[in-house]
Design a binder for this molecule. Sequence first.
Ligand SMILES: Cc1cc2nc3c(=O)[nH]c(=O)nc-3n(C[C@H](O)[C@H](O)[C@H](O)COP(=O)(O)O)c2cc1C
Length: 365
Amino acid sequence: MNKTTLFSDFKCKSLSLDNRIVMAPMTRQFSPNGIPTPDVAGYYKRRAEGGTGLIITEGTTVNDKVATMDANIPRFHGEQALAGWKKVVEEVHKAGGKIMPQLWHVGMARVAEKAPYPELPSAGPSGLFKPGKQGAEPMSVSHIESVIEAFAQAASDAKSIGMDGIEIHGAHGYLIDQFFWEGTNQRDDSWGGSMENRGRFAIEIIKAIRASTDPDFPIILRYSQWKQQDYTARLATTPKELEQFLLPLSDAGVDIFHCSQRRYWENEFEGSELNLAGWTKKITGKPTITVGSVGLSDDFFGAFKGQDSSTRSVDDLLERLDNKEFDLVAVGRALLQDPNWANKIKENRTEELATYSGKALATLS
Ligand SMILES: Cc1cc2nc3c(=O)[nH]c(=O)nc-3n(C[C@H](O)[C@H](O)[C@H](O)COP(=O)(O)O)c2cc1C
């Protein structure tokens, strides 16, 4: 296999990476009261030591009482949580790595009774978790504006504690994606309706983040066609629709798009071999990250039920990367299980790459 491109430098604004391997954001719920512990710092540090070029942290929630669904999900606000994250950054940097937080608001995916502030209703553009499943009143405009401000504050705090950029979680049917998706956004004001209006919430977040940081601070936007509410849902069914969706986001200031798929080898539209990251790069001209079953044969939907997956060759991935279909490659479960995954690939230690065990979820090793 030709790994020259995978292990070549990458630069985007103030970000310089030694290679193209990115740790995908993975929620672990090992942060009591939302505060990342030294164990969390050690967990990320090991991935940096293992040769991962860029770490994107697990989703970490912005400052809104109903942004989180579990007290053990790390917060990205409050003195103690930010001090915990600062330690994470220091450890990763000491090991020669780069790191960005994934900024998150879960929206209607929050089950109030199981979350902090159970007395408060969850938030969503139309109060829908999925079409027909009403869980709350539609979000007020003042709430929308305060969440935009919370994202901007989190990005500014990320910069202050030394993070190398931020990723906005706009995927998988959480709050931002609930605005994107017609199925959960049935508003008739300027935050809903047309594709342009459904994108407005993300656009305002991107602009506010840019204003609260600086022009050189990298902003990644993660998005997906599929939703946890409906695996077959799509934001765009044609390249033209994808263009209508992406261009305003790109113009608003996204530097890198992170295109979440279940399997990177699947074509996005009939008649072309390009995957979602390939189309996104073609349309926007911006660098993109691909993701989905890298190094593994089965997709991650079974992961939460503890499903295993055998290994899979990355040769086809390297070929796509060489063809410049996308620029970076995010790795989820393979890196969750094995902190040295990147170095093993680099050093041709493929016989050491093990079957992914669902048990890897149980610990922060
Ligand atoms: C345990 C676990 C937690 C995850 N948490 C998040 C998350 O917080 N944010 C996110 O955008 N994706 C999350 N994902 C999805 C991954 O980032 C990734 O897209 C997915 O696992 C596919 O990559 P893989 O096949 O290499 O595992 C999670 C996946 C797993 C397995």
